[in-house]
Ligand binder design. Sequence first.
Ligand SMILES: Cc1cc2nc3c(=O)[nH]c(=O)nc-3n(C[C@H](O)[C@H](O)[C@H](O)COP(=O)(O)OP(=O)(O)OC[C@H]3O[C@@H](n4cnc5c(N)ncnc54)[C@H](O)[C@@H]3O)c2cc1C
Length: 404
Amino acid sequence: MKATSGGETPYQLPSDIVEFRDLAKRIVREKILPLEQQYLRHPGHAYGIRETTNLRAVFGPQIVDDLIKISRETGLWYLMVPGQYGGLGLSMLAQVVILEQFMYTAVPFPFANVPNVLYSCTGSQVDRFLKPVIEGEKFASFAQTEPNAGSDPGGMMQTRAVKDGDHWVINGTKMWISGAAESDIIMVQAVTDPEKRQRGGITMFLVDRHNPGVHIEEPGLMTWLGPKSAQYVVRFENCRVPEGDVVGEVGKGFTLGQLWLTIHDRLLRGPYALGKMQRALDMSIEWAKQRVTFGKPIAERQAIQWKLVDMFVDIQALRPMTYEIAARADTGEDVRAEAGLVKLCASEWGARCLDTAIQVHAAMGESLELPLTLFYRLLRHAQIGGGTSEIQRILIARKLLKSL
Ligand SMILES: Cc1cc2nc3c(=O)[nH]c(=O)nc-3n(C[C@H](O)[C@H](O)[C@H](O)COP(=O)(O)OP(=O)(O)OC[C@H]3O[C@@H](n4cnc5c(N)ncnc54)[C@H](O)[C@@H]3O)c2cc1C
């Protein structure tokens, strides 16, 4: 049995996935890990904004341009982009396996970060919104949450859009919107039919961040996620949006938002956590072997060995679960509840795994020069952002009870 598995599964992965996975692993080990210390020590790294801006703040342009070059030359830039838009057209399973490798480090690797909502763009929207986001020229933020609408956005959303000629006029306040201030496009959900609400009465709009009706409060709300978190309050005041900037159909914006959450904020939390958990285990094993107390390395103490085993158990359970559900999504199965299961386990097991790693490292575990506390904060946050653990349990229970 090998503890530092780095992505093996009980079943054989197709060889093209293994090839990409190994390429990603090599890039992380050779190009990114050597940059990690500088990243962690820098007060400017941020959570919730586009990777390239974040990286430029820390490393300056040269290193970032080199990383972008690697990303583009290997095709990894297009990792999550469908074939019809010039992407690699990889399966969800492949994306999950490859992403896991990049999540082994705190330094974000630059690739196209496309909210899947934008794949519903049609006509001129494709050139105005989708393509620039794929190429990294524009960045989109997602605005669903409001001061009184978090877990129950469908029932509690107050932001309204009312038709006025060939425009919609949006009024309302969104809160906790990651990266809003530096985004170019805000994907906003607003109520267009208060009777129907989430069942045909919520619409998604693509709003230019510089629209005079958009007001973003500076500075952003501070959370414990990083030295510079980037969550914003966004007010829409008589914000006029051309009717052509509705994405998807009028009234179907809630379903589109769920699509974004199912993949980005739920299924992809699997690899997001797995990379960090594997790193925490690898670091803990190494540390336990070299740290001596009372005449022996702590690795020889059963209390420490059991901690390592507990971390290993969580990883070994989460990895095949994530891969299986990704493979089921590839067959077209509706995996909304299962993606919620991945998110639930990835965030809860992930945070406890990092908590254990910090305990094994003790004072060194608290050091901000190691990635452990940052990983812990990100995984603890994952129990809240994108739908809380309680909401995932509600989704899973609903499916369980339905199948009885
Ligand atoms: C760092 C950060 C980044 C974020 N980024 C974005 C973003 O980019 N875009 C965006 O739209 N939103 C964003 N959010 C908002 C996030 O999605 C919400 O915070 C989250 O959905 C929970 O909503 P809430 O905080 O209002 O909790 P509430 O809905 O107020 O819930 C409070 C507590 O009650 C529990 N609860 C609620 N209903 C039930 C129930 N029926 N049964 C049992 N328990 C229940 C919840 O699980 C939670 O524990 C972000 C939040 C943070 C902290």
